[in-house]
Design a protein around this ligand. Structure first.
Ligand code: UDX
Length: 436
């Protein structure tokens, strides 16, 4: 099937390449000429496992192309909208200017029977408004939220755990759902749940899922706060409650909390939208979820000061990790970088390392010092803080060898990803998050 993907950022670039990899003819459109040129050259604009391979294969097959000209959309059966919905400058609400601009630019190229499939995360109620704008063209609007995780984006797009499509009532909606079934045929044939619903539910499924995940993380981090004053171990607690299938162990990783381009902004946008709808109290707990999350960053700074005799000023601190999670070079709202910046502000001599994210980190936090080399980062440090659980630190870093490089064998494990027994056996003072 021929299709358009408007917006070639994180979501769009992956979606376009993934759709080509399952056999569709895809044109990716973006207003950013530099981005389109990079993609045309076959260079993945960010680090995402598997993306480079499917991008190259797509271009070589001739099924994948990129353009800055919306006229390239003409002739596609489905037009996906995958532009960003950032947090607006004046508060938590989602900024819809890119979604609106994408629809406006597409309009002259739409034909009767085309499908416009929104993927961007939008406030509930947006799709109904857009449907009215699209209607005169004869195209049908559907909402098809995306649940991909960074680091697994290609895998999640090709093998999603569910597909959700919000459609208008009536025959046109049913026919549109059938076209989407055809788009995702390999997954549908693989028994992936395919949920056809109304616009509002489809929009809400996405924000509800992210709100739930964020709540789960903040719940366990709240337990970590209690564990810290009682001497309990939040990791054992998470293991124990996680055995209850109704609770489940995943997303009960206590540590420095969540970051990234989705969870933080999505819960804030959800709160803002609920307020607009007069139902702010229904999701008032999300403000608490956000607050708990941000407190964990301050807790690390507090622990660092304690470990350094009360004042980090002038002390060398090795910060291992900059990305908001491993297998990603994304530093958007990264708790890791935020902690590094707070320590720097407190006067510490901070050196940050990361296997993938240094270039992005430098752009966001130019005031910090960076090193590509883990050994160089550890050299003469009085304190080591692990803030992103890359395998390089979690598994491969030998506490004995690291101990030979640093000045003081003190480590704060912001992700509870190291083996405390192993580090203590090598003479380190180990501090985890919510652990005795
Ligand atoms: C998230 C959702 O998982 C995905 O479905 C949605 O489409 C986009 O937002 P992503 O932002 O890629 O995906 O990251 P995710 O893997 O969910 O992790 C988010 C943050 O939570 C990371 O900073 C991670 O370190 C943190 N986290 C995750 C924890 O602190 N503890 C956990 O147990 C799990």
């Amino acid at each position: 099937m021929r299709m358009t993907v408007v917006g070639c950022g994180y979501l769009g670039a992956v979606h376009a390449a993934a759709m080509a990899s399952i056999g569709h003819e895809v044109v990716g459109i973006d207003v950013d000429e530099r981005k389109i040129e990079e993609l045309r050259q076959g260079r993945a604009p960010f680090f995402e496992p598997g993306l480079q391979e499917i991008l190259t294969a797509g271009l070589e097959s001739g099924r994948l192309s990129f353009s800055t000209d919306f006229a390239a959309a003409a002739g596609s059966r489905v037009h996906f909208i995958a532009v960003g919905t950032p947090q607006s400058a004046d508060g938590g609400a989602a900024d819809l200017r890119y979604v609106n601009a994408a629809i406006e630019a597409l309009l002259p190229h739409l034909a009767e029977g085309d499908i416009v499939a929104g993927k961007s995360t939008v406030p509930v109620g947006t799709a109904a408004g857009l449907a009215e704008i699209v209607a005169p063209s004869g195209a049908v609007l559907v909402w098809n939220p995306e649940f991909l995780r960074e680091g697994w984006a290609v895998e999640d797009t090709i093998h999603p755990d569910r597909l959700v499509v919000g459609v208008p009532a009536g025959e046109a909606g049913e026919a549109a759902a059938d076209v989407l079934r055809e788009v995702f045929r390999p997954a549908v044939e693989n028994d992936t749940p395919f949920i056809v619903t109304d616009y509002a539910t489809a929009e809400l499924v996405k924000v509800a899922a992210n709100a739930f995940l964020a709540t789960k993380i903040s719940f366990i981090n709240a337990m970590a706060e209690i564990a810290e004053v009682t001497g309990a171990d939040v990791v054992q607690l998470a293991d124990a409650i996680g055995h209850d299938a109704r609770i489940g162990r995943r997303f009960l990783g206590a540590g420095i909390g969540f970051g990234g381009g989705c969870l933080p902004k999505d819960i804030r946008a959800f709160s803002a939208r609920a307020e607009e709808l007069g139902r702010g109290e229904s999701v008032a707990f999300l403000r608490e979820v956000d607050a708990i999350n941000l407190r964990r960053r301050d807790r690390v700074v507090e622990l660092a000061a304690e470990a350094l005799g009360g004042d980090p000023a002038g002390k060398r601190i090795a910060v291992l990790g900059a990305s908001f999670k491993p297998h990603s070079d994304d530093v958007r709202d990264s708790p890791a970088l935020d902690i590094a910046a707070k320590l720097h502000e407190a006067g510490a001599d901070v050196v940050v390392t990361d296997p993938q994210a240094i270039e992005n980190a430098r752009r966001v936090r130019p005031e910090l010092s960076y090193s590509e080399s883990l050994d160089e980062t550890l050299a003469d440090a009085s304190l080591v803080i692990v803030v992103t659980e890359w395998d390089e630190y979690r598994r491969e870093l030998d506490p004995e060898r690291a101990g030979g490089l640093v000045q003081g064998r003190t480590v704060i494990d912001g992700r509870n990803c190291l083996d405390p027994a192993r580090w203590r056996a090598a003479g380190w003072t180990y501090t985890g998050m919510g652990r005795p």
